[in-house]
Design a protein around this ligand. Sequence first.
Ligand code: NDP
Length: 286
Amino acid sequence: MTDVTVIGLGPMGSTMASTFLEAGHDVTVWNRTASKAEPLVAKGARLAASPGDSGELLVISQLDYQAMYDSLGDLRLDGKVLVNLSSGTPEELRAAARWVTGRGGVLVTAGIMVPPPGIGRPGSYVFYSGPQEAVDRHAETLGALGDVHYMGADEGLAMMFYQAQLLVFWSSLTSYMHAVALLGTAGVEPARFLPYAREMFTLLGGEGPMGFAKILAEEITAGVYPGELNSLLMQAVGLDHAVHALRDAGLETTVPGALKELFERAVAEGRGHEGLGTVFESIRKP
Ligand code: NDP
C-alpha cells in the first residue's frame, strides 16, 4: 500500500489520516501542535519530525493556504506531490501552485464536499484540479477519502466548484432559516414547515416546470429569460412584501434585503418583463 503523509490534524486531517490507516496505507502525520497526532500514532501512524520527513504523497488539510506556507517554510519539495484540501480563494490556489513548482514539487488543489464523519463513506466526493497525471497516479490512494472528481488543469477550479456548491448550500439554508423564523413568529413549529421546505428543495433540483436548477442552466446558456408567465417585476414586488413581512415580524433582513436590491436593479435596468433568470445578468455584470 502507498505511503501517505497527512499534514494538518484538525477534525478533517485527523479523520483523513484515520481513513487512510483503515484502508491499509502506511500513514505518516505532522501537525504544528504535535500532541494532536497522539490518537493517530496509537492507531499505527508514524509521527514525522518535520513536514519534509515524508514520502512522495502529502495530503494537506489546514485552516488555509497560509498554514501551508508557515508549515513548509523554505523546504525543498523535489519529487513530492502535495494534495491540498484546505480552503482558499482560486487566486491563492494558483499562486500556491507556482510556489510549490518553484520548490520542485507538484501541487494538486482540492475541495472535499463532506464534513469529517462523511469522509470515505458512500456519497463522499472530492474536487481536484492541477496536473492530471499527478491526480491519476494517486487516484487509488485518494479514492479512500471519496470519489475523485478531476475538474481540470487550472488549479483554481477545484476551489471554484467547492465554493459553487457551498454558495448554494449556505444561501439556500440561510433562506430556509429566514422562512422558519418568519413562521415561528406566528407560533408555527419548524417541523410543520419541514415537509413544504423539502418539497421545494426537491422540486428545484428536479425535472418538470419547477426544476429551476436545470431551467436556469438552459436559460443562462441561451442568454434568454422568458418572463411572460412570471415576470421578474412581479417577483420583485413579491420579494419586497416578504422583506416587509420579516421586518414587521421583528426579524433580521440583511440577506433577503440584498436579494431585493438585486432584483430591483435588474428591473431598473429595464429587464422587469423578463423571467427570474435575468437576475443572472446583474450578477455577471455588477
Ligand atoms: P481547521 O480549519 O480549524 O484547521 C485546523 C488545522 O490547521 C490544524 O491542524 C491547525 O494546526 C492548522 N493550522 C492553522 N493555522 C496554521 C498555521 N498558521 N500553521 C500551521 N498549521 C496551521 O479545521 P478543519 O480540520 O475542520 O478544516 C481543515 C480544512 O478543511 C479547512 O480549510 C476547511 O475549510 C476544510 N473543510 C472542513 C470541513 C469540515 O466540516 N470541518 C468540510 C470541508 C472542508 P494546530 O493544530 O497546530 O492549530
